[in-house]
Design a protein around this ligand. Structure first.
Ligand SMILES: *Cc1c(COP(=O)(O)O)cnc(C)c1O
Length: 420
């Protein structure tokens, strides 16, 4: 890999410089965006391999191009490993991203105009769960359910009532900004009651399901689980659709030729190795540490009377109401923490009165910091820094001091895949 980087240095100095700058940024800062992570070093190697060169439209044994003995092999490997890790009948490993993966499910199993019952976006649902600005939001009729922001609970009686009224074809749970686990049994019962397909979008916590730190929707009889492969799973950027046998043919057809052309076989190779690593005992320990770190960080904020949405966390993330806690909006909080090399992201909170680019909160997550080897005592330091900076966003001397401490602190934790 390094050799390839050297040749890049010779042919494009500017680009090479940007890569080394980004390496430095990743070394010198603490990554707390809950959807980000450091890919396994093996993933970077597979992504930069010659599988980048290959066209493989179709599926193993049924391709539209020749020369597929190795691509067939790795795609089968990835599919089998995914099935065994997530305990499901079928896996499609070709989606190029999380967004396309969800689109492939909707378009493959439903008709335009059909109703999908999904989580309200300000309560934690994702853009691809039918945001009005998204194409899917225009093609399908999304009906929303909400949570109680004080404890994160769902009013299942109300959701059932709504489901009986709107008769969804698909009941979708899963989130991008919600710090609690999901009661799959209740969601599955509601889907069954109205004859809908049950689906979980586990994009954020796919790795935590794989590491058995969080519940697996297939244990509750779910039909479909989608997950990105680059978040808690530490794989290449991409998506995966896992499903029961009944949906396998429709899902495969929907991904190709329905939505995509040639799969990115370098990403499929990288996913295969990710799934092998995620099945090892070490990854279970990792998933467990992610949650422990998240709880420890939450406790720092609880002690300092910071307002956390739902009052805490059961997963890898916290959502902080920065407006109520510190009197600053999420954008200012994000920018303040950027100044001290702590990366977070502004986030809309339940029923946020403010617009998405100036929302009332931020999201913080522990998957990346945990991959870097940070532990509970480190989370206490980290929480104290964040709290200190958000209380004094205009105190330049304070920010400067914290930044120096953060950079020094980072020296103890090599970035996976990067020489220190
Ligand atoms: C990240 C995410 C996606 C989309 O993934 P992309 O790869 O960014 O397209 C979909 N659903 C949820 C819940 C997510 O968190």
């Amino acid at each position: 890999m390094r050799e390839n980087l050297e040749s890049l240095r010779n042919s494009d100095e500017e680009l090479y410089a940007s890569i080394t700058n980004e390496e430095q940024r990743q070394r010198d800062g603490i990554e707390l965006i809950p959807s980000e992570n450091y890919a396994f070093p093996e993933v970077l190697a597979a992504l930069g391999s010659v599988f980048t060169n290959k066209y493989s439209e179709g599926y193993p044994g049924r391709r539209y191009y020749g020369g597929q003995e190795n691509t067939d092999y790795i795609e089968n490997l990835a599919r089998e490993r995914a099935k065994s890790l997530f305990k499901c009948d079928h896996a499609n490993v070709q989606p190029l991203s999380g967004s396309g993966m969800n689109q492939a499910v909707y378009l493959g199993l439903l008709n335009p105009g059909d109703t999908i019952l999904a989580m309200d976006l300000s309560h934690g649902g994702h853009l691809t769960h039918g945001a009005p600005v998204s194409h899917m939001g225009k093609l399908f009729n999304f009906v929303r359910y909400v949570t109680d922001p004080s404890d994160g609970s769902f009013d299942f009686d109300q959701i059932l009532k709504d489901a009986k009224e709107c008769r969804p074809k698909l009941v979708l749970c899963g989130y991008t900004s919600y710090p609690r686990d999901i009661d799959y049994e209740r969601f599955k019962a509601i889907a069954d009651e109205v004859g809908a397909i049950s689906m979980t979008d586990a994009s954020h916590f796919g790795g935590l399901i794989a590491g058995e730190a969080m519940a697996n929707p297939f244990d509750y009889g779910f039909d479909i689980v989608t997950t990105t492969t680059h978040k808690s799973l530490r794989g290449p950027r991409g998506g995966m659709i896992l499903c029961k046998e009944d949906y396998a043919a429709k899902i495969d057809k929907s991904v190709f030729p329905g939505l995509q052309g040639g799969p990115h076989m370098n990403a499929v190779a990288a996913l295969a190795v990710t799934l092998k690593l995620a099945a090892l005992p070490d990854f279970k320990r990792y998933a467990d540490k992610v949650l422990k770190n998240s709880k420890t960080l939450a406790n720092v904020f609880i002690k300092s009377d910071t307002k956390l949405i739902t009052g805490g966390t059961d997963n890898h993330m916290l959502v902080i109401d920065t407006l109520k806690s510190y009197g600053i909006d999420g954008r200012m909080a994000e920018e303040t923490l950027d100044k001290v090399n702590i990366t977070t992201n502004k986030q809309i909170i339940p029923d946020d009165p403010n617009p998405p680019l100036r929302p009332s909160g931020i999201r913080i997550g522990t998957p990346a910091a945990t991959s870097r080897g940070m532990r509970e005592s480190d989370m206490e330091r980290l929480g104290a820094w964040i709290d200190q900076c958000l209380r004094a966003p205009d105190d330049k001397a304070c920010l400067q001091k914290v930044k120096k401490e953060v950079v020094d602190f980072c020296l103890q934790f090599p970035v996976p895949g990067l020489a220190s």
